[in-house]
Ligand binder design. Structure first.
Ligand code: ADP
Ligand code: MG
Length: 283
């Protein structure tokens, strides 16, 4: 990590005034690259000097595992936070990456929907937990970015993420059914916008597992760009075996192999995300 640290030390971007930018990685399809993007965009942002918190909101806990956090270090999880039994700070553990922390998850989360039933305010549990974290920020928890890794469904957990977020980042896999389901996702975002969170927007769509030698991949890129226009980031994440190997070592790909094309792509994406943030703030 030292190398990345040194390279990007000078490029440290200033903390945006006020509170962290909160972005949810959402797509109700599984296996499209939400968790991979949460881990590696988070690492890349931290490498550029941002202070990043990943919130693992998937009962599978892949983001926690992929960052090398073993189950014993998850005594307090996002489940405890959402049922109101612990402040968010208590579920947060540091990772091996400087400036990157994670609020860990456990399987308990899968019972949350039933457990909360029709409790009033159940969609705002995460929003309020993050707000409380901001109020009591220490230099260690003074995050500039919060990335929420959503589960693969449009359930109460994802709605909590959308209600808590400034914007949604949608990973879309370059495969035949990529666009299927996107309109449902966009519809849910609109619904949350009108009912729970008027400030919610789509930050961008990131095309993942792109294979330039595959005609289908190229066709999907063309279709998605035509359908979603400038919402699609210029950076595409290539299909790269190093990206898929890294989690089994409990490491982000940027730490596992900084020089591979996957790492390069996530660094480029981080730069683009920050650039988009600057443009948004300028307006
Ligand atoms: P999701 O969180 O949306 O379910 P994941 O991020 O867990 O998706 O990705 C699904 C699988 O695809 C994982 O095994 C992951 O390692 C692999 N994967 C994700 N992105 C890439 C990529 N760019 N190249 C190769 N494998 C990838
Ligand atoms: Mg996942």
């Amino acid at each position: 990590m030292d190398v990345i640290d040194k390279i990007y030390q000078e490029d440290r971007s200033p903390k945006p005034a006020g509170h962290p930018r909160i972005l949810a990685l959402a797509n109700q399809k599984g296996g499209v690259g939400k968790t991979t993007t949460a881990i590696n965009l988070g690492t890349a942002l931290a490498a550029i000097g941002e202070r990043v918190l990943i919130v693992d909101l998937d009962p599978q806990g892949n983001a926690s595992t992929g960052l090398g956090i073993d189950r014993r270090s998850r005594s307090t999880s996002t489940y405890d936070v959402l049922v109101g039994e612990a402040p968010l700070r208590e579920s947060v553990v540091p990772t091996a990456v400087p400036r990157l922390h994670i609020a860990t998850s456990t399987m308990d989360l899968s019972g949350l929907e039933l457990e909360l039933g029709t409790t009033p305010g159940r969609a705002f549990r995460l929003r309020d937990a993050i707000a409380a974290l901001n109020h009591n920020a220490t230099p260690d928890t003074d995050y500039t970015y919060v990335l929420i890794d959503c589960p693969p469904s449009l359930n109460l957990l994802t709605v909590n993420a959308m209600a808590a977020s400034d914007a949604i980042l949608v990973p879309l896999q370059c495969e035949f059914f990529a666009l299927e389901g996107l309109s449902q996702l966009l519809q849910t975002v609109e619904q949350v916008k009108t009912t729970l969170n008027p400030n919610l927007s789509i930050h961008g769509i990131v095309l993942t597992m792109f294979d330039s030698r595959n005609n289908l991949s190229n066709q999907v890129v063309a279709d998605v760009r035509q359908f979603m226009g400038s919402k699609v980031y210029n950076t595409m994440i290539p299909r790269n075996v190093r990206i898929s190997e890294a989690p089994s070592y409990g490491k982000p790909v940027l730490v596992y192999d900084l020089k591979c094309v996957g790492s390069e792509a996530y660094l480029k994406l981080a730069t683009e995300v920050i650039q988009r943030e600057r443009e948004l703030r300028a307006h």
